[in-house]
Design a protein around this ligand. Structure first.
Ligand SMILES: C[S@@+](CC[C@H](N)C(=O)[O-])C[C@H]1O[C@@H](n2cnc3c(N)ncnc32)[C@H](O)[C@@H]1O
Length: 312
């Protein structure tokens, strides 16, 4: 997985609200470099020696840094963060220089370091996502656990667009269903469908790294006999009829295969679409309805929307 460092030069006053915005946007760790920390008088009564490096601190103000996974949503996430930070001006919060820089973090440095930011997370009524390197004891007997090693593929399981899909799957998958997962990434949605009782899942991704990662994660979660992972462009060449299609891809991509999804679904079949940023919601909704789908439910989390649509 690649990481992007979001760095903002701001003021003491703005540190807390900006850190909150970064956490809400999915940053797992926030680093604060404050010149006041460097200049602070420290006790040396017990012989402590402080060796702070002045080059780690700004000459004035505070630098707040956060790490975001590089994925197809990064552009939208960064724009949303900047807009929320600028909104703080309405509350008279002094943003100081408000200077933002984005840079890619050296992958080798982060090859293992990023793992410390991932811990078990309960993401829905039934599901908890557990990184493969963590030990986790289920809290209740009906809890469903997805063990994930996202590696280089998208899908730590905790992105709002993924969480919305898992919540929608929880509400719709019926034992014995046949499911297609378009853009499977780490395989997280296929695994969820399998654990919910689907009898057969077709997991597709254009990216061969994702295909390998999904295969590995399906094995870890013992659903490899149910989930068939392959490299494929959207639904090209896929034949139905199937009970359910789930896809967490950008709105621009979803609209390209709505017709094909409708064609291969059984009557009354379900199409779960996620990865839709708020301002693209209408575009996808209209395209779904034009094709003949009925929107049964609209799920929202932060700036993201997912639809549960039925073929009527
Ligand atoms: C946002 S990720 C979703 C991953 C996972 N399903 C989840 O919910 O966390 C989108 C995935 O779609 C894949 N993708 C993008 N364009 C595609 C296409 N044309 N055909 C198949 N997969 C595609 C990407 O490689 C990526 O793994």
């Amino acid at each position: 997985m690649k990481w992007s460092e979001f760095s903002i030069h701001t003021t003491q006053e703005a540190v807390e609200p900006i850190s909150n915005i970064l956490h809400e946007a999915g940053a797992s760790g926030v680093v604060i470099e404050d010149i006041a920390d460097y200049e602070k008088e420290r006790s040396t009564s017990l012989g402590e020696i402080y060796q702070l490096n002045p080059s780690d601190y700004p000459e004035e103000g505070v630098i707040v840094k956060a790490y975001l996974p590089v994925n197809s949503f990064l552009g939208e996430t960064v724009d949303a963060i900047k807009a929320s930070i600028n909104n703080l001006l309405i509350y008279d919060i002094d943003l100081g220089r408000n200077h933002v820089t984005i840079s890619e973090v050296n992958e080798e440095e982060w090859a293992t370091a990023w793992k410390k930011y991932y811990h078990p997370v309960k993401i829905s009524e039934k599901f908890t996502i557990v990184p493969t390197w963590e030990i986790y004891e289920p809290v209740s007997s009906d809890e469903l656990i997805i063990e994930l090693d996202p590696g280089m593929a998208f899908g730590t399981g905790t992105h709002p667009t993924t969480v919305l899909c898992i919540q929608a799957l929880e509400d719709t998958v019926v034992k014995g269903d046949t499911v297609v997962d378009v853009g499977t990434g780490s395989g997280v949605l296929s695994i969820a469908a399998g654990l919910l009782g689907a009898k057969e899942v077709t997991a597709l991704d254009l990216d061969h790294v994702a295909v390998e990662s999904a295969k590995l994660n399906c094995k870890i979660n013992k659903v490899h006999n149910i989930v068939n992972v392959s490299q494929n462009n959207l639904l090209d060449g896929i034949e139905g009829p199937v009970d359910l299609i789930v896809s967490n891809i950008l709105a621009e991509i979803i609209v390209r295969f709505i017709d094909k999804a409708y064609e291969i679904l059984k009557p009354n079949g379900t199409f779960i679409t996620s990865g839709i940023i708020q301002n693209k919601k209408l575009e996808v909704k209209e395209a779904l309805e034009r094709t003949g789908f009925t929107i049964e439910e609209t799920l929202v989390m932060e700036d993201w929307v997912a639809f549960i649509a039925k073929k009527k």
